[in-house]
Design a protein around this ligand. Structure first.
Ligand code: FMN
Length: 509
């Protein structure tokens, strides 16, 4: 049997299909219908309340990417395309964040966007300063990531401006989209702010008594992204196990605390194809977050040479590497291993840090290897550069390092980890083998899907094109699956579908 007509009709998600017993297309009211395939508009993909609350057309989020990789241009493109972009403020100095936020607000003219607030254990003042900037400029959505517990600035941000309306409901202007990979951490964000922290905010004059009094009725995060195996900071959790568990935890917490609005869970980690979108939806996701695939797009703040590497990467071309911001704790990030030696070199530093009490204890031959192969300068010179950076920014770090040789070694080694990202972002050729590029398996999955299409070339990858293709592809897959369930298509007849130029699917969006 030829299924071309049926497959073509299924490909228009805005059409309801009436399938006759002989497998051909009929109309509403026909006798002997085999089944109906309802329309599936892309705007209906996520939770309708999510669309309403954020004023977006699609429940699709381009997650934050450090150092402005998720750039102003990316946030703008996503907003104009009807999705939600998060600015990659992590790893940036507060004055620059302020400039960028002000510019984004102006350009978006009222459209929603978010900005990142990342846990910075080595510099807690960063979090405080950035929250102040967000509050001052009315940034009313933050993506909070890498937090192991609720912090004071998070509580300040969440409860500032909360008030009870005349109809008895509570208005909470500042929204936190928390990103976690473990259910026990999710429970902290699903709970109201810890009483101790609310009291401390009151003491510091960060909250009014009225705002503090509302704390027990407000979850720290109304939206929580369950992040499975992803690019960057990751716990390498398997998506299909993590997502449904988080959705269940959200339902439990909504009931336990009696919140007026159900808590929502979004899915992140591994989303690079329509098949992943369908799986996330089936697992109970209210919204969908991508990262790795967006870094390969023209709007990303990553040099073309880096995006060219990403466009060639396979699913297995990623590996754990030491994390710069939590180096001493031994934390890992997932990075690209194709075309760069960063992970291997950074691991050598992590091993030396674990083994020795100071740089002076490193045997001469090993020290020379580090200096010639990794730093390309002496450790002493690297310390001088590190010192002059901190003398201006945070002199306490210099004093601490002078008193503690192990800490001094950590700062010197972190110099390499930090520079490795900057070399990649800037496309510094002579440091190509040191490029640190966060990346998860979703990038390779997308590349396989895009093979043979215009999206093989990095210059054709645009965030909105990819977003629409993921949602469109997923809607078609869901409809094909329904056709299989009612017996209109044989199992497996749904031929794989390829991403298409945006103009070719524009009529379905
Ligand atoms: C290059 C890169 C940088 C990232 N930086 C951040 C960040 O600064 N803050 C954050 O919350 N998440 C960050 N992430 C995670 C993404 O926002 C997103 O949650 C994740 O990439 C989704 O999984 P995926 O990589 O499988 O698409 C980063 C991811 C990548 C690929």
């Amino acid at each position: 049997m030829n299924y071309d007509n049926l497959l073509k009709a299924i490909s228009d998600p805005n059409q309801t299909l009436y399938i006759k017993a002989d497998g051909t297309l009929g109309a509403a009211g026909d006798q002997n219908l085999m089944g109906i395939i309802p329309k599936f508009p892309l705007s209906g993909f996520g939770c309708p309340d999510f669309l309403k609350d954020y004023g977006v057309r699609y429940a699709y989020v381009g997650g934050a990417m450090v150092g402005g990789i998720s750039s102003k241009a990316m946030v703008k493109a996503l907003a104009e395309g009807g999705a939600l972009g998060v600015y990659g403020a992590s790893g940036m100095q507060p004055p620059r964040i302020e400039d960028e936020i002000v510019a984004i607000k102006k350009e978006l003219g009222g459209k929603t966007f978010g900005s990142c607030l990342i846990n910075t254990p080595h510099d807690p003042s960063w979090e405080e300063k950035v929250v102040e900037i967000y509050l001052m400029h009315g940034v009313n959505l933050i993506e909070a990531s890498a937090f192991m517990q609720i912090s004071l600035p998070l509580v300040r941000y969440r409860l500032s401006g909360a008030r009870r309306l005349p109809d008895g409901t509570i208005s909470v202007p500042n929204r936190i989209m928390a990103k976690v990979s473990r259910v026990e951490l999710a429970r902290r964000f699903f709970s109201p702010a810890p009483d101790k922290l609310v009291k401390e905010c009151l003491k510091r004059g960060w909250l009014t008594q009225d705002e503090a009094d509302l704390a027990p009725f407000i979850p720290m995060a109304g939206d929580l992204t369950a992040e499975a195996d992803s690019g960057g900071h990751t716990d390498f959790r398997p998506a299909l196990a993590l997502w449904p568990a988080m959705a269940a935890a959200a339902r439990e917490a909504t009931e336990k605390f009696g919140y007026a609005q159900p808590l929502r869970v979004g899915a992140a980690g591994g989303i690079g194809t329509p098949w992943a979108m369908v799986a996330a939806r089936a697992a109970g996701a209210s919204y969908f977050v991508t990262g790795s695939i967006n870094q390969g797009c023209v709007e990303a703040g990553l040099a073309l040479a880096g995006r060219e590497l990403l466009a060639k990467a396979g699913q297995a071309d990623v590996t754990p590497g030491p994390a710069a911001d939590m180096f001493e704790l031994g934390a890992k990030v997932q990075v690209l291993k194709f075309g760069t030696l960063y992970a291997m070199r950074a691991q050598k530093l992590a091993d030396a840090y674990r083994q020795y009490g100071s740089m002076d204890e490193i045997p001469a031959a090993d020290r020379e290897t580090l200096e010639t192969q990794i730093f390309k300068q002496t450790l002493a010179d690297t310390w001088e550069q590190t010192k002059s950076f901190f003398v201006e920014r945070d002199p306490g770090q210099v004093a601490k390092a002078e008193a503690d040789p192990k800490y001094k070694m950590a700062l010197v080694f972190r110099w390499y980890l930090g520079q490795a990202s900057r070399w990649a972002i800037g496309g510094v050729e002579e440091r190509r083998t040191d490029w640190q590029i966060f990346c998860g398996p979703a990038q390779g999955a997308f590349n396989e899907w895009a093979k043979g299409t215009i999206y093989e070339q990095p210059e054709n990858r645009k965030v909105v094109d990819l977003a629409m293709n993921l949602m469109y592809g997923a809607a078609v897959l869901l409809r094909r699956d329904l056709a299989v369930s009612i017996g209109a298509l044989p199992y497996g007849a749904a031929a794989p579908l390829k991403p298409q130029p945006l103009a070719d699917i524009a009529g379905y969006l």
